[in-house]
Design a protein around this ligand. Structure first.
Ligand code: F6P
Length: 345
């Protein structure tokens, strides 16, 4: 068999581990793998190269993607014919698409609307892909955010300050909630739960009145800044959307810090972690998950099982139809209840 693999959308730690698993599993069966440069752009390009065990040797610990990534969407760019031509010319038996929810939708449409053999592998620090319990990249991002919050804790305590730390996650609060719980934050703001600024001001003021002179507030970039119940806005860094049509989120920590400073009278500082959460070496959990999902996707290809996504359900890897991966996976209500019980949400 001859299969191709691409990494689409934003990068995340673990992509190379997934590519490596696909290459090693395919080569163990005597099959050939081509690497596609810069996501779907390289499929339309075309930009293809042979990927063998030597090319993936030593990549499991590397962040980013050896293939390059982009948010090129063949449907938006009118490039589906070019994609088909590449498949025909190269006699490709399958394409493995490693991507987030938008890339899974592209993979689904290529399969359903154009009969092209695709299999998906979910990745993203946001952990928002429907159909899988976890995406790789998430554990690393939570680890990075937790370490950063731990550091902010010590300086907050020294200076009696309120530290507002903004984490990524797009329209979901997975990274925010997990890192807030892991680092013992005092308050967390996520897109899934409406919490007003006056309520936060009251929480912080009460905490300081009870003898604690510092506070740590974690805010998800996609949270709404509610100045009153039902009244609020999201903060973006640009009026322009990205290639996939998403808002460019960022900066809510600065706005929130300004309001908390005015509302509490305490000294407040804002930190935006940004793309640091996406860079560097993956955690061992992400390396192993990426390896498992990469191998599961390869096995789907070998069995002629297309239009599916490799997924983690409970402790097992499995395949789910791409048609069942539409939408955005919101945070687990059980974890919201836990945060509520601890008084941080
Ligand atoms: O989807 C991953 C993510 O890092 C989001 O958390 C964030 O909103 C977005 O990508 C940032 O995208 P870009 O790299 O295009 O700025």
């Amino acid at each position: 068999m001859k299969l191709a693999v691409l990494t689409a959308g934003g990068d995340c730690p673990g992509l190379n581990a997934a590519i490596r698993a696909i290459v090693l599993s395919a080569h163990a069966d005597g099959n050939q793998v081509l690497g596609i440069g810069h996501g779907f752009k390289g499929l339309a390009g075309p930009d293809l190269r042979d990927l063998g065990p030597e090319e993936v040797d030593g990549t499991i610990a590397q962040g980013g993607t050896i293939l390059g990534a982009s948010s090129f969407d063949p449907f938006r760019e009118d490039a589906v014919d070019a994609v088909r031509e590449t498949l025909d010319r190269e006699s490709l038996d399958a394409i493995i698409v490693i991507g987030g929810e938008h890339s899974m939708e592209i993979a689904r449409r290529l399969e359903v609307e154009h009969g092209l053999p695709t299999v998906g592998v979910p990745k993203t620090i946001d952990n928002d892909v429907v159909g899988t319990d976890l995406t790789f990249g998430f554990d690393t991002a939570v680890q990075i955010a937790t370490e950063a919050i731990d550091r902010l804790h010590t300086t907050a305590e020294s200076h009696d300050r309120v530290m507002v730390v903004e984490v990524m996650g797009r329209n979901t609060g997975w990274i925010a909630l997990w890192s807030a719980l892991a680092a013992g934050a005092d308050a967390v703001l996520i897109p899934e739960v409406e919490r007003t600024v006056p309520d936060l001001i009251e929480t912080i003021t009460r905490r300081h009145e009870s003898g604690k002179d510092f506070s740590i507030v974690v805010v998800a970039e996609g949270a709404t800044l509610h100045t009153a119940p039902g009244v609020g806005e999201r903060v973006t860094i640009s009026a322009r959307e990205d290639h996939y049509g998403y808002e460019r989120l960022g900066g809510i920590a600065v706005e929130l810090a300004r309001l908390l400073d005015a509302g509490t009278g305490f000294e407040v500082r804002a930190t935006i972690l940004g793309h640091i959460q996406r860079g560097g070496s993956p955690t061992s959990t992400d390396r192993v998950l990426a390896t498992r999902l990469g191998n599961t996707a390869y096995e789907a290809v070998r069995n002629g099982d297309f239009g599916v996504m490799a997924a983690l359900r409970g402790a097992e890897t499995t395949l789910v139809p791409l048609a069942e991966t539409a939408g955005v996976k919101k945070v687990d209500p059980e974890m919201v209840s836990l945060a509520d019980r601890l008084g941080i949400i």
